[in-house]
Design a protein around this ligand. Structure first.
Ligand SMILES: [Zn+2]
Length: 446
């Protein structure tokens, strides 16, 4: 059977991920993401109303025109997890394929919400929920399996396409977490089995986000413990404390809520995406305590802030959007004095996030911190661990899977270099079985 991989998006950047695997006549698409920084660089662009071709020209969504070179039928579109760089282009490209969208329950809910917000295209692909550990037939001879992985969002999986020529393992995005706080540990046992059963692994496509970093990515339990340390140190503080993190990082948001209560404060989630992701998690059975207020709309947020100011800031802990300094996010608006929340000298702001190393984010975060500091806020930075494997994790994955071919993804050329080195140490050779590639290419493996 012929096996071919199309590297459509995310091979020259972190963002707009999309890869297609053709096994005989059957094609499966993995991820269909957005490159958010290409959108944010423009002022006030509303992608909901934009046409696909304009977004492709902007570099915001994958250029899927290479799909016409693959001879076969698309049988499934499989986003690995709910981050926008993996699901954000489904509303712009999904309708072009007569295939269901197959994903884990949390991811499917987020895709559903994206589709509801879309105003340009009618996306009516079937939405199929599949859990980690489950499988589905793809055509007559191939099978799709979901393996549980751990990442900075719940319900992340790595899909595996079992073909008569061996397995194709799509490895985006993960870290190796054995104590993930919410959800199950990464299923390394299954990866080792897949590496050893039948014809083994034909090809592994890997998340190279942190491939230039030595060592091992710590567990979410480590971030939780750092966070607890910071928050417990503020137990006797009687001013304002505000925390910010990724709204989609359910485990982290839940830890902040728990420790807020531990130090005698009432947590309140504020901001549109805070309300959205936490509400969605609650809906799929990752419950939030009933007494935690979640407010997204401007008026209800203002009302919540007024209540905080009336009843005393020392009794509350607002958890807000804006960890990257996004100009319209809640924390930035608080810094500009646009909300009823008054920041006083010595108030604490906890960033449970790292700045995504990219000039736009760095600039915006700098501005946001300056605004907060001008009002006297004190900053706790980088109370965080990454969601992506570092080098020792990559070695472990190669050991577990023993793939015949490896394709680095989720980075640019500079980002791939660390991975090329370490795969070289494991005996892979560029151009032979280690395929560094760009967007819009096809690689024929069999
Ligand atoms: Zn991700």
């Amino acid at each position: 059977m012929e096996i071919e991989i199309a590297t459509i998006g995310g091979y020259e950047e972190v963002g707009r991920q999309m890869t297609a695997v053709r096994a005989g006549e059957d094609i499966v698409i993995f991820d269909m993401g957005l490159n958010l920084s290409q959108v944010l660089i423009h002022d006030n662009i509303r992608t909901e109303q934009m046409h696909s071709l304009d977004l492709i020209d902007m570099g915001a969504i994958p250029d899927d025109r290479v799909m016409s070179e693959l001879e076969g039928d698309v049988k499934a579109i499989v986003p690995t997890h709910g981050h926008l760089d993996h699901i954000g282009a489904i509303t712009k490209l999904g309708h072009r394929y007569d295939a269901p969208i197959v994903a884990s329950p949390f991811t499917i809910e987020l895709v559903k919400e994206e589709i509801q917000d879309e105003s340009k295209f009618q996306v009516d692909n079937d939405l199929v929920k599949m859990e980690a550990g489950e499988t589905m037939s793809i055509g007559e001879r191939n099978e799709l399996e979901f393996v549980n992985v751990t990442h900075s969002i719940i319900d992340a999986i790595n899909p595996v396409l079992h073909t008569p020529e061996g397995a194709v393992v799509y490895g985006l995005d993960k870290r190796m977490d054995h104590t993930p706080v919410v959800g199950d540990p990464i299923d390394m046992k299954r990866f080792r089995e897949i590496g050893r059963e039948g014809d083994g692994v034909l090809c592994y496509i890997e998340d190279c986000t942190n491939a230039n970093k030595k060592g091992r990515t710590p567990s979410e339990a480590v971030a939780r413990s750092q966070l607890r340390d910071v928050m417990r140190s503020l137990e006797d503080f009687d001013g304002g404390i505000v925390a910010t993190t990724f709204s989609s990082h359910i485990a982290r948001v839940k830890s902040i809520i728990e420790f807020a209560k531990e130090i005698g404060r009432e947590p309140v989630l504020l901001g549109r995406s805070m309300e959205q992701y936490s509400g969605t998690a609650d809906k799929i059975g990752v419950p939030f305590p009933d007494d935690v207020g979640m407010f997204g709309h401007r008026k209800s947020v203002d009302r919540a802030f007024k209540r905080v100011m009336n009843e005393g800031k020392e009794n509350f802990l607002p958890v807000v959007t804006g960890h990257q300094g996004e100009p319209r996010a809640m924390l930035t608006r608080m810094g500009r004095g646009e909300t009823p929340y008054q920041i006083d000298n010595g108030d604490k702001v906890i960033f449970s996030a790292r700045v995504i190393p990219e000039p736009t984010n760095e600039g915006q975060r700098y501005q946001s911190e300056r605004l907060l500091k001008m009002q006297g806020a004190r900053i706790y930075d980088d109370v965080h661990v990454s969601g992506h494997l570092r080098q020792e994790g990559h070695y472990e994955m190669l050991d577990a899977l023993q793939p015949q071919h490896v394709i680095p993804a989720h980075q640019d050329m500079g980002g791939f270099s660390g991975y090329v080195d370490l795969a070289g140490n494991e005996g892979y050779k560029l151009g032979r079985d280690l395929h560094v590639t760009e967007n819009g290419n096809t690689i024929q493996l069999v």
